[in-house]
Design a protein around this ligand. Structure first.
Ligand SMILES: NC(=O)c1ccc[n+]([C@@H]2O[C@H](COP(=O)([O-])OP(=O)(O)OC[C@H]3O[C@@H](n4cnc5c(N)ncnc54)[C@H](O)[C@@H]3O)[C@@H](O)[C@H]2O)c1
Length: 329
């Protein structure tokens, strides 16, 4: 089975690629290597994959890749993925997430693929109050430019299935965390700032709730869906591990033996969704999959990984200082 993995040099995509190689898939990776992409994440498997540095919006080059590689399955992770950046400038999000997805769906339609796995997000559903859950048929009411662009991509996948019979499965994972995450997202930001004894920016009062899914669980779920999922269906992929942001920060400070005095509440993110929570009965029942890693275990592993990989973090930090100045005020 030949896999074409987009965004395979990113945080979750690279975990998926490392697992694909372990599972014996013939794997081709396409990635533009934006600020968020990094081939170091694929070093351990570099001689076992084929890699193209390509922008998924570049139809001509993507067509060449499809014709050369003749994939059976496309697993589409590539995206601009950071909500805060989408608030500063939505354009790259519409280009990569909407246009890029359309190009891939078109090329998949023209070639003989068996499956197109369209990676969406829990954020397409909008936000929840204290109670309730998102089901696969909950209407999509995204609130950020990021989630709006992902909802558009999600709906394009649906449309290509309904209109052209393209074999699409849609996957909506919750917040991922773990090794190799770019240090602009909450958990690595907290680890790095705490290690440097710098103030840790927490939006608003830190009450917002996310459902934390360890990155290896997320990738594993997608392999199970490839094997057992039904064409045209949507699968939520969550962990049931809901945590308030402030509690995530406290857990990390506790692991690192750092004081809570480092916490600094900053102006809330505009349009900040209060809570996400996925109902995962469908994937449990139909695919027999559930997340293995509990938050406390995953966060320990994550902290350890960052401690062991401070060289990599250091190289990223050079570019991040400016950006942090723009988002945390
Ligand atoms: N991180 C999460 O918590 C989370 C949760 C649910 C869903 N998702 C989705 O999972 C996917 C992967 O997320 P991530 O956190 O690994 O993101 P990431 O930002 O770490 O990686 C995205 C990758 O896509 C590449 N890319 C961006 N634009 C591209 C383009 N035009 N052409 C080719 N490659 C391009 C980047 O270079 C990068 O390697 C995304 O679709 C995201 O929306 C992420």
């Amino acid at each position: 089975m030949k896999l074409l993995v987009t965004g395979g040099a990113g945080f979750i995509g690279s975990e998926f690629v490392r697992q694909a190689v372990k599972r014996g898939f013939d794997t081709t990776v396409v990635d533009k290597l934006t600020y968020a992409g990094d081939l170091e994440r694929l070093k351990s498997v570099e001689d076992k994959i084929r890699f193209y540095k390509a922008d998924i919006t570049n139809r001509e080059f993507m067509e060449y890749i499809f014709k050369t590689e003749k994939p059976d399955i496309v697993v589409h992770w590539a995206a601009e993925s950071h909500v805060d950046r989408s608030i500063l400038d939505a354009s790259p999000f519409v280009d990569a997430n909407v246009k890029g997805t359309q190009v891939l769906l078109d090329l998949s339609k023209e070639s003989n693929i068996r499956l197109f796995v369209n990676i969406a997000t829990d954020e397409v559903y909008g936000e929840l109050e204290e109670k309730g859950q998102f089901y696969e048929d909950t209407p999509l009411v995204p609130n950020s430019p990021y989630s709006a662009s992902k909802a558009a991509a999600d709906m394009l996948g649906r449309a290509y299935y309904r209109t052209y019979g393209l074999p699409v499965i849609t996957v909506r994972p919750s917040n991922n965390y773990g090794w190799w995450q770019y240090p602009e997202k909450l958990i690595p930001v907290v680890i790095i700032k705490a290690l440097n004894n710098e103030p840790i920016p927490v939006y608003g009062t830190g009450e917002n709730i996310r459902e934390w899914l360890f990155v290896s669980d997320c990738a594993e779920a997608v392999f199970e869906i490839i094997q057992k999922g039904k064409i045209g269906e949507i699968y939520n992929v969550g962990s049931g591990q809901e945590k308030r942001n402030i509690d995530v920060v406290r857990t990390i400070l506790n692991i690192l033996g750092k004081s809570e005095d480092l916490i600094e509440f900053v102006k809330d993110r505009p349009g900040h969704d209060f809570r996400y929570s996925l109902n995962t009965e469908k994937i449990k029942k139909e695919i027999d999959w559930q997340a293995k890693i509990k938050f406390e275990e995953g966060v320990e592993k994550t902290v350890k990984w960052y401690l062991d990989n401070m060289d990599w973090v250091g190289r990223k930090l050079k570019y991040l200082k400016d950006y942090w100045g723009k988002v945390y005020k």
